[in-house]
Design a binder for this molecule. Sequence first.
Ligand SMILES: [Fe+2]
Length: 430
Amino acid sequence: MTQEKPAWYEAPIIKDMMALMGGRALRGVMAAYLSSKIYVGKAALLRVTRYLEAMLDKPERRALIITDSFTQKYAKKVTDYLDLIEMEYRVWSGAKPEVPIDTIYEGVKVCEEFKPQVLFAIGGGSVMDTTKMVMVKYEKPEVNLMMILPYFGSLGLRKKMKFFIAIPTTSGTGSEVTQVAVITDTDRNPPKKLEVIADELCADITILYTDFVKDMPPFLTMATGLDAFSHAIGSFVSNWGSPYIDAMNSTAIKEIVKYLPRAYKYGAKDIEARDHMQMASLMAGIGFGNTIPGIDHSLGHSFGKIFGVHHGLSVGLFSPYSIAFQAKVTDRWQLLLPIFNIEIENKSRDELFKEFLQSVKDFILSLDAPICVKDLKDPVINKEEYFSKLDLLAEYADDDAVSLTSFRTINRKLYKKIFEYAWDGRDIDF
Ligand SMILES: [Fe+2]
């Protein structure tokens, strides 16, 4: 069932062409800005339910609610409302972390039996991304997920499924508003993370309500929050931005720097911080989703998959390296100085960059997250093993779609060097 490889961005010619087309110089040729309809707060579920009632005839009111074993407990918050409009529903809790390809086919089977017209995804990024892939394969079984070329043509979804409604239970992935799904090809050894990008993967409706995120434990708050931070800052300093995206990302960075430490420290006691983090994560999602993230994500995807490290922790760790590597050819980081309260007068570029990079590192450290591989606590990584895998780390990072967005040309050799420096946090000096 898992005959999906290779992915388009592993083919050098398509990869080079896409990097050019998505870059700032050619943005005017192919830019499109996508997002969901966004409903926020306590009344959001009621408003969306009433909308579904108006849009769907009674026989069409069939919803499949996709969750995982952890987020299935939230399904009742939604089904209580679906009962109001006599909508039939089924809950499928088979989504798995990191979206192994096999789980997608399990979800498709459930759809074929139940024939839903509405898909709800209640969960973090893996649940959202599973739902996106289930939707594609249910509607278009013939589509090869790995060869969906973004920006060219349409898949023609929403013929069987009328609405895809996303309700995030973490504040980080932004998947509720992106046209991206990250899945794991378990046929490769070690397994590899792969991105699928298509306009129609964007949810039709997103519901943000703090009730779904308030009880996140501190580690999840921190790690998913760092994911959002990396999305925003990574795509802000990349070559794929635009004023629209910059607005989303810079506001997201500002909000995350202010509210993530509070959300991490006070959890459910600080609903204001939860509320701001939900919106910041969504804004970062619109920011990076309409570009693709920065190379912190190619580094983090490769590292996270090979060493079994949480996605948010991985991409957070590599954020400073991504910024420093690209700062050799771009000054975009300077636009972020006010967010970190850095005074610019009478300072050289080098001094300012040093101060900026230290502020980013201090922010990550303030959340008890590592900024170098040797300081990682869970899991602890053996130095010899890490260095023995540098080639594989570099290969997986270089073959990642995210590599396309780098402001500075990057290749396997440079990736390897970055991984080498990241062991003990050496400053990028090349
Ligand atoms: Fe991410």
